[in-house]
Ligand binder design. Structure first.
Ligand code: ATP
Ligand code: ZN
Length: 754
């Protein structure tokens, strides 16, 4: 043991090992300067690594001659404040994961790589011309350039290049404006002044100044919205609110007004959105409303840009942070409100490394910050509904659409024995024709990208499978290739069947590429706009598609779930859902819940403007009770029916679940390991009726990326018992020496059972 007047740094190093490591302070550094939350460089075995000081203590269990000095510190003050450290400790313990890796994940990539925690400079774009009618006419054919100029004109001091990028304006457009001498840019040192001390009215022209905080006047709330807003603002201290508002009920307006009140009190707001929910329109809606800086953290930004947003939030110069999942770890010293939009969305759960649910961490975060947290959705998760039922969350409902729009009517179209034209039933095509002729827009929802989900031999029936997964390969035509959507394996389209050498290979089933082709032929007078992961791969493709939709001219929007969520297209009056049936019989226990949520979200895109909306669901199962309830727009009844099933099976939210997964080059190894775990559970915890091991069983997709996958489920009616067992098992696994080809992971509160 080291002597008692030593200073020992307990350091979290990003390794899978679930422990902290002791070091002496770096040589030549006054130990008084050291604080938890600082990044330090350490020699870790043969490697130099970046760790975080977790604690400073005066004793170590490590023998003095084994203690090494840390190599150096990276900053003078902690990058992670105590509350984020504490959030990470909680996450690491709840998900049974290494604290070193958890803390590392909490940092933006740039800081993880050792870059300095300083904001540096930003590029601002300023107008260099007068935006008069003559110029507007000249730029008529260069729509994006005009849009960019209009935006630049709103800020006489210049507008941040990142904001322009987020509005869908690329660097090329800006460079073109500069070449024409219509705009110019300059670099500005970032000072990160607190948002509440900056003077906003001075920087903008007086004409658009509504208040020092607001650029645009709020809408007058309807009574349901007003009631919801009052519920959120009831007290500024911690209270979770489930805001269940039907699609188009104006939840976003409620968020905006709750945020305004928060900013007014000098506090910051964190808005979490699903991965594909952060469209240019969403960001624009916030920036148009507020004068305070709004920053974003999402995958479309570079590491440097994300660092700037992170620092702006950490130093309170940003009033609002809009972020996807990982944003929940961003320090916000004046945090006064958290909004989780579309709280039911699966993308809040991370599916690898630290398998956390940002929604659950956000609740913990709000508790620490002692502020309200709003979970908003038209189709809440059963977990949140359960919390509302038991009174842990207050439950606010908005049952009608804002601004006078009516709920859409939902029709189930029985396609049994009906003739389909390339997957489309005639009544749908007729209704589409009529809708387009009336000048409205149609949305066709098909949750499969590519040309066809598989390629089949017409002579022997062989289906072209992925050599690495238990899955068919998807046929793509643009460009032509076969693609496995599970492991990304790609190969050329085969010319002949590998089994019987026949050349009669046929696409089987319907993907969005194929539907695009079919619909373009059937409706030659109307544009077909395909929105899926493939068609929006190019950076400015999605903004361009959204622009075209927002022009409001009759067209067919065809897409996957990218189209389903959050969009507000007032011109859409007809929504056709082509393949809902697959989700009705999923082997995942959450399959039906997710299908119901998706159907209601897609349906909710219809009739959001002045004209009423209609939804047609093509199905072979018109009598299915779930579809019946959804067609009556009755999500509550649908959710209640799922509840009774979960209660019966003691599945979440009526029980707690964790799953150990193994992946191995050989089937037997994973199974053998999981059997050991099962034995251990029965031996050590056999007397606890509150815990049931299920399995081991092969995963739904047993082979993936060339590895065999097995799982052991642990189900319990009591959370503390489950975690006691998990602790024991993880400790046991850590003590085993496993072959390199065998890996295990633990998923607490799993969302997907694939
Ligand atoms: N009080 C109001 N008065 C008039 N119009 C309103 C009001 N509140 C919202 N709206 C309008 O209603 C439309 C739908 O609102 P919003 O997008 O906020 O709904 P939402 O509940 O967030 O929808 P979803 O969950 O379907 O994405 C928007 O065009 C919005 O401007
Ligand atoms: Zn594959």
């Amino acid at each position: 043991m080291s002597s008692s007047n030593d200073i020992i740094l307990s350091i979290a190093v990003p390794t899978p090992l679930r422990q902290l490591f002791d070091y002496l302070p770096p040589k030549g550094i006054d130990p008084v300067l050291l604080q938890p939350g600082m990044r330090v460089q350490v020699q870790f075995g043969p490697r130099r690594m970046l760790g975080i000081i977790e604690a400073i203590k005066d004793q170590s269990d490590c023998p003095p001659d084994k203690l090494r000095h840390a190599s150096g510190i990276l900053e003078n003050s902690p990058v992670l404040p105590e509350n984020i450290m504490s959030l990470c400790r909680w996450a690491a313990s709840y998900y049974h994961y290494s604290l070193g890796e958890t803390l590392s994940l909490a940092l933006p990539q740039a800081l993880r790589q050792g870059k300095p925690a300083s904001a540096g400079t930003i590029t601002l774009w300023k107008s260099a011309c007068e935006l008069n009618d003559v110029l507007k006419k000249q730029l008529k054919s260069a729509k994006r350039q005009l849009q960019a100029l209009e935006l630049i004109h709103t800020a006489p001091q210049g507008i941040n290049e990142v904001e322009l990028k987020e509005a869908g304006i690329s660097k090329t457009i800006l460079t073109n404006l500069a070449k024409k001498q219509l705009a110019s840019c300059y670099e500005l040192e970032v000072h990160n002044e607190p948002f509440y001390s900056a003077s906003y009215s001075a920087s903008d022209s007086a004409s658009d100044s509504v208040s020092p905080l607001l650029r645009q006047a709020p809408l007058t709330l309807n009574p349901e919205q007003q009631f919801a807003l009052e519920g959120i603002l009831e007290t500024p201290s911690f209270h979770p609110v489930l805001l269940e508002g039907v699609t188009g009920s104006g939840k976003t307006e409620v968020y905006l007004q709750a945020i305004a009140a928060t900013l007014k009190a000098g506090r910051q707001a964190l808005v979490l959105v699903p991965e594909i929910g952060l469209t240019p329109q969403t960001i624009e809606r916030f920036r148009k409303r507020f004068r305070v800086p709004v920053v974003c953290i999402h995958s479309g930004l570079s590491d440097g840009e994300r660092l700037q947003s992170w620092l702006a939030a950490s130093r309170t110069s940003a009033g609002i942070l809009i972020a996807t999942r990982s944003g929940v770890f961003t320090p916000m010293p004046k945090l006064g409100l958290i909004i989780i939009d579309e709280e039911h969305d699966g993308s809040y759960k991370q599916q690898d490394t630290l398998r956390y649910n940002a929604r659950d961490l956000a609740i913990y975060r709000a508790k620490m910050a002692d502020c309200p947290v709003v979970l908003g959705s038209a189709t809440p998760s059963l977990e949140s509904l359960q919390n509302a039922r038991t009174g842990r969350y207050s439950h606010l409902q908005m049952k009608s659409r804002a601004g006078g729009a009516k709920a859409p009517t939902i029709e189930l179209l029985d396609i049994r024995q009906q003739l389909l034209t390339d997957g489309f039933a005639q009544p749908i095509l007729d209704r589409m024709q009529r809708t387009l002729q009336q000048g409205h827009q149609v949305m066709v929802f098909l949750n499969r990208r590519g040309y066809a989900p598989s390629l089949i031999c017409h002579d022997c029936g062989t289906i072209f499978d992925c050599p690495h997964c238990d899955a068919h390969m998807t046929l793509h035509r643009q460009p032509p290739h076969m693609h496995c959507h599970h492991c990304d394996y790609q190969t050329a389209i085969p010319r002949a069947c590998p089994a019987c050498h026949s050349k009669k290979l046929q696409p089987a089933g319907q993907g969005t590429e194929r539907s695009e082709q079919v619909l373009s032929q059937l409706f030659p007078d109307y544009p077909v706009l395909r929105v899926d992961r493939d068609s929006t791969r190019r950076k400015d493709a999605l903004p361009a598609l959204l622009d075209q939709i927002n022009e409001g001219k009759p067209c067919i929007l065809l897409g996957t779930q990218m189209l389903a969520k959050g969009h507000h297209f007032p011109g859409v009056t007809l929504v056709a859902i082509i393949n809902a049936d697959g989700g009705l019989f999923s082997s995942d226990f959450r399959g039906l819940e997710k299908t119901g949520q998706l159907v209601m979200q897609v349906a909710g895109r219809s009739g959001r403007g002045q004209m009423p909306g209609h939804v047609i669901i093509q199905t072979h199962n018109p009598q299915h009770p779930a579809l019946q309830m959804l067609s009556m727009n009755d999500f509550t009844r649908f959710a209640n029916s799922l509840f009774s099933e979960r209660q019966h099976l003691r599945l979440p939210p009526c029980g707690y679940l964790a799953v150990f997964r193994t992946e191995s080059a050989y089937t037997q190894d994973g199974l053998a390991l999981l059997k050991q775990l099962r034995e251990r559970v029965l031996q050590h915890f056999g007397e606890m009726s509150a815990l049931t091991p299920l399995g081991p069983l092969p995963a739904i997709m047993e082979k993936r990326q060339g590895r065999f996958r097995q799982q052991l489920l642990l189900q319990s009616s009591e959370r503390p018992i489950l975690h006691r067992v998990l602790n024991d098992l993880v400790g046991y696994l850590d003590g085993l020496k496993l072959p390199r080809h065998l890996r295990w992971t633990l998923d607490v509160d799993p969302q997907e059972m694939t």
